[in-house]
Each structure stands twice: as C-alpha cells, then as structure tokens.
Design a binder for this molecule. Structure first.
Ligand code: COI
Length: 371
C-alpha cells in the first residue's frame, strides 16, 4: 500500500463550470445541512484484480451506475462523516481523520468491502480540499459551528445479481458546507423513544457506518417527527431495556456528582469520534467519565430524582446538542434538575469547538492540516 503524502498522486480534472464566487458566498452565509455541494469530488476505484487505482479529483456530478450494480440491490455500502474547519489565519484543518479512517476499515470488513489505507483516506480529503478550499466557511463568532462537511463513501458497483461481495467498488468523497445539524441550532432537542423498531441486533451491523443502519432508522424517525421530535432513541434488541444511541448520534448523561455516563461500546453501537473526544475532554473538565450500560429505568428515575442533571447527544454533524426531553407513547421524561443552561454540555461543546477551530492548544495532536 502507498505511504506518505499520497494526495500528490491524485490526478485533478478541474471543473469548467465552478460555482460563481458570489453565489457560493451567498450559500456559505446560510448553508443549512447537506443541501449544497462543492465543485469537485474525489474518486478511487477498486477491482478484485487491480486493488485501489485511478485516484482522481474531478467535477462533482451524477454517477453512471449499471442498474444491476449490487449497491442498488443489496446495500453493500459504507460511509463516513468528517468536517473541515477554517482557522483564523485562513488555514483549513480536520479533526482526528485517522479515527474515521480506522472506523471506515472496520465498516468495510463488516460489509465485505475492501479496506482503504489512511494514506488514501486522508489523501483524498487533502486532494479534494486543494480544489474546493473556497467552500470552507469562515465562522462568524466562537459559537458558530459552520464548516465543510466531508462525506467519504464506498459502494459496490459490480453489475451482478448474485449475492456475494462485489468485485468492483468505488470510493468517493463529496463535500457540503454545513451549519448546525438541527433546525433550532443548539437549542435542546426532543427525542422520541422508539418502541416499535430496533436499530441494531447483536452480531449485526450496528457498529458499522453503513447506509442500511440509517435506512432502518427512518420509519422510527418518521414516528419521531410525527411527535414533534428531532431524533429517535433506540433501546437494545435483546432486552428492550438498555439505552443504545440515537438514529445518528451517541448519548451522554451528566450526573449530579460529576459522573458523565455513556453507553459502553458493543457491536450494536457506533463508536463516534466525537463520543471518544468527549470522554477525554470531560476528564480535563474534572468530570468522571463512565462507559457502561445505562437502562431506560435509570434515565427515567435519574431524571425524576434530579440525579441526572443533563442529557446530550453528540456526533460529527450535531457536535454537542442538549436533549430537552424523551417522549414515548405514554410518557415524557423531563429532567427535574434546573438544567436550563445545560452548563456541562455547553462547556464541553465550547472546548471541542475551540480546539477544532484552532482557538485553543491542540494538546492531544488531534488536528490535521488539509490546506
Ligand atoms: C455524522 O454525524 O457525521 C453522521 O454521520 C450523522 C448523520 C448526519 C448521518
């Protein structure tokens, strides 16, 4: 496998119709989430006989896929989410990309897709940003979380209807300027507790970042929206008792005595890069992180007694968003503690954003320069 400065090996085919500066700058003022895309995309091809090859950055545009491509029938697909941040001096950085690269390989193994090296993964981000750096927004203030959201993904593209691992695979990176994931920004979000659906089962694909997990969460997400909730929380499939995660985010519980609890990793939980970073930053903040099973009864009782003072969701897209209440068919779990400020969630959020935007010392070496 190739090593070192791999981005230089990407052939670049510049777009002859890039977005006009004025239109792009207008989009960057209010990008929302996932609605607009940059001028280029990165691509690497894999075939069973030639490994990874054909590294390119080319104009963003529709893919040509054979209608028999196995991704369209059997969902053999994985993806990642990672952001590019503009620092005050104009330079552009990303956050812990080797963690995403490692998770991408874990997902690939579970979905019987080929593994991509750190060099190709990080190199593809660098090569894309070398072209599309003007699409990285400049934050207006220290609480602004605007960034360029990068979406690496891998699809099985062999035209074959037999059920077996594809012998042709394509890896792409697309990029989309992003503001807060939730419409209300960092305002507390209401969560729907799914009782009709499960997200993942032991031995399944819950720990992998594959499209199928998200497809399987959508019926529950529809229920959530019908109940005016922004996200759905899933319990474990075996006992219907243990809190696992939201449709696309991990969960944390702040206890009155300074413990910060998050469900421990199992094969039904996605290991979030933000989750992992929060566990480290929490220690610096004098909190006591605990990774362990937490039941829905503990959530209910802790909220009622005031033992649990805050709940928050975290992920690359959502950063850190306080949870206001948990809603189910017959109850609403609200925190009784006076948590209007969501003080711990906001403190960790600020620490994380300060680090990502280069406003504080990168003492863990978590930042990688893209441009
Ligand atoms: C992320 O936080 O990057 C995610 O992948 C969650 C969601 C947007 C799918």
């Amino acid at each position: 496998m190739p090593t070192a400065s791999f981005e230089t090996s990407f052939e670049t085919l510049p777009s002859n119709q890039p977005m006009a500066d004025e239109i792009r700058d207008n989009i960057l003022k209010n990008p929302g989430f996932g609605r607009y895309f940059t001028d280029h995309m990165a691509h690497i091809r894999w075939t069973g006989d030639a490994d990874w090859h054909g590294h390119q950055v080319r104009p963003y545009g529709p893919l040509t896929l054979d209608p028999a491509a196995s991704v369209l029938h059997y969902g053999q697909e994985i993806f990642e989410g990672i952001k590019a941040y503009r620092h005050a001096d104009g330079s552009i950085w990303t956050f812990r990309p080797e963690k995403n690269a490692e998770r991408f390989r874990r997902s690939a193994r579970r979905l019987a897709l080929p593994e991509l090296s750190d060099e190709d993964f990080i190199g593809s981000l660098k090569a894309l940003l070398a072209q599309d750096h003007a699409w990285v927004p400049t934050p207006a203030s220290a609480s602004d979380e605007c960034s360029l959201y990068l979406r690496p993904f891998m699809i099985a593209s062999e035209a074959f209807l037999g059920v077996r691992p594809s012998q042709e695979v394509d890896y792409y990176v697309i990029a989309s300027p992003a503001a807060a994931y939730f419409k209300g920004g960092v305002a507390p979000v209401s969560i729907w507790l799914s009782s009709n659906y499960k997200r993942a089962a032991p031995g399944g694909t819950g720990f992998a970042k594959c499209g199928g997990n998200y497809a399987a969460s959508l019926a529950a997400q529809k229920e959530a929206e019908a109940h005016q909730c922004g996200q759905v929380a899933f319990l474990d499939a075996a006992e219907n008792k243990w809190v696992e995660e939201l449709g696309g985010m991990n969960l944390f519980f702040v206890f009155k005595d300074g413990r910060l609890v998050t469900p421990r990793l199992t094969d039904t939980i996605l290991e979030g890069v933000t989750r992992n970073s929060v566990l480290t930053l929490a220690k610096d903040e004098g909190l006591t992180p605990e990774e362990r099973a937490i039941s829905i009864d503990e959530w209910r009782e802790g909220a009622a007694s005031g033992e649990i003072t805050e709940v928050f969701a975290c992920g690359t897209a959502a950063v850190i968003t306080p949870v206001g209440e948990l809603v189910s068919g017959n109850e609403r779990i609200r925190l009784t503690a006076d948590n209007n400020s969501n003080e711990v969630a906001m403190r960790i959020r600020t620490k994380l954003l300060d680090l990502q935007y280069g406003r504080s010392e990168d003492k863990y070496g978590w930042l990688t320069k893209l441009v």
